[in-house]
Design a protein. Sequence first.
Length: 438
Amino acid sequence: MTEKYICAVDVRHVRNWIDYVLLYFDVSYAIRFSNSSGSTLKPANPPPLTKANGRKAAIIKEAMKPPPPLSLTRITARNLYRQPVRTLLTAFGVAIGVSAIVALGAVSRGLRGSIDNALNIDSADLMVFQAGIAADLFSNLDEADTRKKFADFPEIRSATAGITHIVRFDEQYLIVVGLYPNEFADVTTSLVEGRAFESKDEIVIGSEFQRRMKFAVGDEIEISGATYRITGVIETGVVFFDSGVVMHIDLVRGFRGWSDGVTNFSLRLVEGSDPDAVIEQIETTYPELAVIARAEQYGKIDQGLAASDNMVWVISALALVIGCLVVGNTMWMSVSQRTREIGILRAIGWSRKRVMGIIICESIGIGAVGCVLGFAMGFGLSEATRVMQDVQSFVDPDYSILIFGRALVVAILLSVLGSLPPAIKSARISPAEALRYE
């Protein structure tokens, strides 16, 4: 006679409930199996469950209940939950990459949107800068000479000169825009309070700057050692203007040490004119001028926007590589520690594909947790730029489904790629060798 002892469990349900075997493998109470006929193992009847057995009887009765089928999802959740620290640390590695994608994507999108709005503010059709410069702030056009060049193009209805400069104000950077008083209305009609400036001792401030600094119309403000009276407030929807101030163009020339220079011109075309055709004519006739109509053309005068877009893709690639390594390392350790468990699964009939599915699903679960954490971290980082003094005048994060979708795809992709080596390893585990593994 051959005798074996296993846990108190109906063996008909073992194939669908491997956790039941693992959980009760070492319980003190066992059902005796005897092979008295030499062909079939039949469980002996357990002792009667009487009230005298008390708590022990209740425990045994509960243990003998047929367990519900265990799905792949439940196995995945259990395995992630039983190692919470490791799961969270691995998810945090994924979250770092996701947060970078979300934060940089929102900042880049906001910057592009602000530039687009600035180029087309209040019916401006084209913007003209000096060609061959590294950034728009470095543009320096001779005003009188450039206006003469515009006279060669009948499609140009009007041209408004402007100067953009950055100064320090109250331990932060402040954008200063210089315009002629009589051309102020040509550039913006977004005056929401007060009136336009009329002299060199008057300025107009942006609504965001007013909100942060608590200024009101009629107050005096000191900029670069000079005092000016605030006559109005503008709200354009463009972070550069709403976070800055507008004053007489000659004052900004003084800040930059210029006598007759401007950084740009805003052009308005005759109705029905083709902006792209006008751009080609101006740049062909005068190669020293760079003309843009949309944010996509901003690279002619500033590489910062293109660099920010490229940075998002570089960060995405780095996140993919680092995330794959983090997830792969974690899952490899998990497979090594669960060799015996995987062997039992294979021994009771689980296919290689199903075993691989457990590992891949666990990795996807880690990626999903990392994605949620990354979304929260990325949102927090991008929103922090709104209160950072040195950048709040230049950055206005803008979110879209595309940004979050890209981060989600990266998180899931790196999780799957990182899980493939350990998943293949788990599928190759021999049941006989795994059951001898200690």
